[in-house]
Design a protein around this ligand. Structure first.
Ligand SMILES: [Ca+2]
Ligand SMILES: [Ca+2]
Ligand SMILES: [Ca+2]
Length: 291
């Protein structure tokens, strides 16, 4: 009999304790639910501050975009990689198109390259800038190796060297490499010399960047949160989150030096150029003020 009692009591005791624990968790959960509802993050309401759907033909809207032209990637041992306005245009089907092309040597007074390369860029520098908010664009990346397209945020304050990114950070929402190399998010601060610091996130899972995807950044004073097609892909505070306004950039980049080709963008694939990087739309929002 005692043996039976002893075998029943521990079981009953166990059940009683379990019920007590479950009740505590359950009720605690409810009380937390009520309390937490008060402290829960406020659902963000966004207010559109800048957008372009890229309808029409010819040059992009000069009231929204500038396009720089210069020898972006000089190479003393081979063809240079230029930025040229004629590599940027609206394609008439609702997209901004940034091309990469083989071109004549653009600086034959300085070198005797048999050819050069040209791609292009647009930026809102001097027209629109913003700090914090949501920045998103629908993009179809380059297909061919040897160059890359990027959607990024920049200002001159990135050059300020103080051991922190709080005073200005280059935010690469996405870098899309031709030849289906893994794309990445990245943050750069304290200039581009010896003090330069960088933190990035490769997106190994994303293998079809030559198809349409939506890339977004939500930037608050406390964090950067990156998204691909609505799914969070990286969250960072690297450098200390920047508190400084930036302008938007969409760029093509081509560099012919050996290291860049080997470790970054792959071998230049002339025969299949021109290639294109397409932007369907870009939209920028800020948090709606509470008044
Ligand atoms: Ca040249
Ligand atoms: Ca700095
Ligand atoms: Ca469009």
């Amino acid at each position: 009999m005692p043996r039976i009692i002893w075998s029943i009591w521990p079981t009953t005791g166990f059940i009683a304790v379990s019920i007590a624990i479950l009740s505590a968790v359950f009720l605690g959960g409810f009380s937390c639910f009520q309390k937490c509802a008060v402290n829960a993050p406020i659902v963000t309401e966004w207010e559109l501050t800048f957008s372009d759907e890229f309808d029409g033909e010819g040059q992009p809207d000069p009231e929204k975009w500038i396009s720089q032209e210069y020898n972006r990637k000089p190479n003393s041992n081979g063809p240079d990689g230029w930025w040229s306005k004629d590599q940027v245009r609206l394609d008439g089907r609702g997209h901004l198109e940034i091309l990469v092309s083989v071109v004549e040597n653009q600086n034959d007074d300085q070198d005797n390259d048999p050819k050069d390369y040209a791609t292009g860029m647009v930026s809102t520098e001097g027209i629109f800038e913003q700090k914090f908010g949501r920045f998103e664009a629908r993009l179809k990346g380059p297909r061919q190796t040897g160059w890359w397209g990027a959607f990024w945020l920049f200002s001159d304050a990135v050059e300020q060297i103080d051991g922190s990114g709080r005073d200005g950070t280059e935010i690469d929402i996405i870098e899309l490499f031709g030849g289906l190399r893994s794309p990445q998010h990245a943050l750069h601060w304290d200039g581009y010399g010896r003090a330069h610091q960088v933190k990035g996130k490769k997106l190994w899972f994303l293998s079809d960047t030559d198809e349409w995807h939506t890339y977004a950044l939500e930037w608050t004073p406390e964090a950067y949160v990156f998204f691909v097609d609505g799914k969070e892909t990286w969250r960072s505070r690297a450098g200390g989150v920047s508190q400084s306004a930036v302008w938007l950039k969409f760029t093509g980049e081509i560099a012919t030096d050996k290291n860049t080709q080997e470790y970054w963008s792959g071998k230049i694939n002339d025969l299949n150029y021109p290639d294109r990087f397409l932007i369907d739309w870009v939209r920028v929002y800020q948090q709606k003020s509470e008044n």
